[in-house]
Design a protein around this ligand. Sequence first.
Ligand SMILES: [Zn+2]
Length: 129
Amino acid sequence: MYKCPTDANYRGYADMHEAMVAQSLLATISTEAKKYDAKPIAATISCGTLYAINDEALSFAFEVLAKGTTCENLKLEIQHKPLQGRCRKCNRTFEFEITDPTCTNCRSDDFELLPDAPLMLDEIEFESE
Ligand SMILES: [Zn+2]
């Protein structure tokens, strides 16, 4: 088994329906599979908090679209990245908690929110021969 990191970037797909995200994921993974001439068995994607991707809806859409393709039975893992803030006092970057909107280092509430993480295809795992 080997892994191949990809830099496919899905920025801008934020307000697409899960089915459209699944379709573009499937297209990218299929292209990679052809390139490596291997069957993909798992893929990891990550997205920021504001994308609000519904894991189940995306997995289901992918499963339906992948039926009969090389990506059939592929396991899709979705990681949600937290929002980050940068403190204006101590200049540190920290994970923003909606329930505790202060710098985790110095407790200041003078900070800026950093842009949300884009939807990314992080990794595809292929079956070894
Ligand atoms: Zn601070």
